[in-house]
Ligand binder design. Structure first.
Ligand code: SAM
Length: 466
């Protein structure tokens, strides 16, 4: 999978020059490593403003309606270390928990009931190793709705106050968009967004949910006396019928890791095309995915180079797997060595499913003299029809969200200079075997023009987000 177009001569020259340059840099000062902490995931970090570059090349403050400050902040421990905590549907296994290799044990208690009610924190046989009755390999797609059946994943989402609070503000501060309207909630989970819509004065709200959490949503709606307005429909959005030909508003929280993981946006697009009135409103309606470069020596050592010598044994075969799986993790603002570049901008009113497989050129303006070990991706979403602009950002330096950031390690660390750029192309495609997984290819070139005139370093790697 890995191809590095760096020849031996170039490598030697690079090494010599790199050593020379490293001496010149005070790397102790430059290193801005991620230091995993033990704070609970629900901690609210200081809110920071991360400068980003818009498609027009302008720099703006990447914080939407958040408060801003100018320094980085420590973050919660990386997800892989918090195996006791539930996570949003990341589906290396039936539970939604990203598989920790050390946890890959055959679970002989994996009955049908277990599958339905398994807790996200329970180690299980990885999904890709399981077979159905016909001997077909089961993938994370087969477990997608199971992972949303247990309350713990909804607890995590509800407790993500940036996420849930932003939807609450967007809906309740814009009652004029909901008053006496018919609303469809695509993937209603516990029914939280449906109930916000009812509070905002909607005439009728249809919360559609495939996972068995729909049963609880129905009870929750009753317990809150909203059953005359909110109707929970259990089923796949693609299969159900509504008692209305068209709806005025579609609300949905569809964003996955790396924005597109889970492919739930496909379902929102389907609902939009089938039910949204001509002048109907989508909540949210805009989203942008960004790429940036980070310094990450300490954590790359811990997650990748670790496999080179484990109690004296060479386990490098796992290193290759670890490299090819992007890490969903918290990245500090100080780790950034470049400004961010938008790689995908989505207008939910017009986007098509085909456009979600995409390729984008990128150019990352470097901001410091440092090393680069990885690219990170993060996104923001916007409710542009609101009276006052509302949105959320998952960038480093913004308030913690359960989406964190997605880290892509590169094979060869780069000694980078401020004023230079890393350029390249990112290609994102749904995995052919499991369309909820993503295959992400990143080609990058670092061709510095500074005084040392280093030869360009070109790298290419295919990542699999599953
Ligand atoms: C990210 S959760 C959001 C839940 C809830 N709206 C909230 O904000 O807490 C998405 C939900 O959509 C459901 N879902 C995803 N695709 C669906 C589909 N095609 N039909 C019905 N439900 C779906 C999932 O089971 C999950 O409960």
């Amino acid at each position: 999978m890995q191809t590095t177009e760096k020849n031996n001569d170039e490598t030697e020259t690079l090494n010599q020059l790199s050593q020379k340059m490293a001496q010149e840099l005070n790397l102790q000062q430059q290193k801005k490593m991620r230091k995993p902490q033990q704070e609970p995931r629900s901690m609210t970090a200081a809110v920071l403003a991360a400068p980003i570059t818009s498609s027009s090349g302008d720099t703006r403050i990447h914080s939407l309606d958040h408060k801003s400050s100018s320094h980085g902040t420590k973050r919660a421990a990386p997800r892989a270390r918090q195996s006791n905590l539930p996570t949003r549907c990341s589906s290396n296994d039936a539970t939604g928990e990203r598989t920790n290799n050390s946890d890959m044990v055959v679970d002989s208690t994996n009955s049908e009931d277990d599958k339905k009610f398994s807790r996200p924190d329970r180690p299980q046989l990885p999904a890709h190793a399981k077979k159905d009755a016909k001997g077909n390999t089961l993938t994370s797609s087969d477990y997608y709705f199971d992972s949303y059946s247990h309350f713990s994943i909804h607890e995590e989402m509800l407790k993500d106050s940036v996420r849930t609070g932003t939807y609450q503000r967007a809906i309740l501060n814009n009652k004029h968009l909901f008053k006496d309207k018919v609303v469809l909630d695509v993937g209603c989970g516990t029914g939280i967004l449906s109930m916000f819509a009812a509070q905002a004065g909607a005439k009728a709200v249809y919360g559609v949910e495939m996972a068995s959490i729909a049963v609880e949503a129905e009870k929750i709606v009753r317990a809150n006396g909203l059953q005359d307005v909110v109707k929970i429909i259990r089923g796949k959005v693609e299969d159900i019928e509504l008692p209305h030909d068209k709806v005025d508003v579609i609300i949905s929280e569809w964003m996955g890791y790396f924005l597109l993981y889970e492919s739930m946006l496909d379902t929102v697009i389907y609902a939009r095309d089938r039910w949204l009135k001509k002048d109907g409103v989508l909540f949210p309606d805009k989203s942008t995915l960004y790429l940036a470069a980070i310094e990450d020596a300490e954590y790359k050592q811990e997650k990748i180079h670790f496999w080179e010598s484990v109690y004296g044994f060479n386990m490098s075969c796992i290193k290759e797997q670890a490299m090819s799986e992007p890490l969903v993790d918290c990245v500090e603002y100080q780790a950034l060595v470049s400004r961010a570049c938008p790689i995908l901008t989505i207008d939910l009113y017009t986007v098509t499913i085909d456009e979600l497989d995409f390729s984008s050129m990128f150019s990352l303006p470097l901001t410091v003299n440092s090393y680069c070990h990885a690219f990170i991706a993060y996104f923001d979403v916007e409710f542009s029809k609101c009276h006052v602009k509302v949105g959320l950002s998952t960038g480093p330096g913004c308030d913690y969200t359960h989406w964190k950031q997605t880290v892509f390690y590169i094979d060869h660390e780069l000694l980078v200079h401020a004023q230079e750029r890393i350029t390249g192309e990112i290609t994102v495609k749904r995995n052919a075997h499991n369309p909820r997984d993503l295959d992400i290819k990143i080609n990058s070139t670092y061709a510095p023009h500074h005084q040392y005139a280093l030869p360009p370093v070109r790298q290419q790697r295919l990542y699999h987000l599953r």
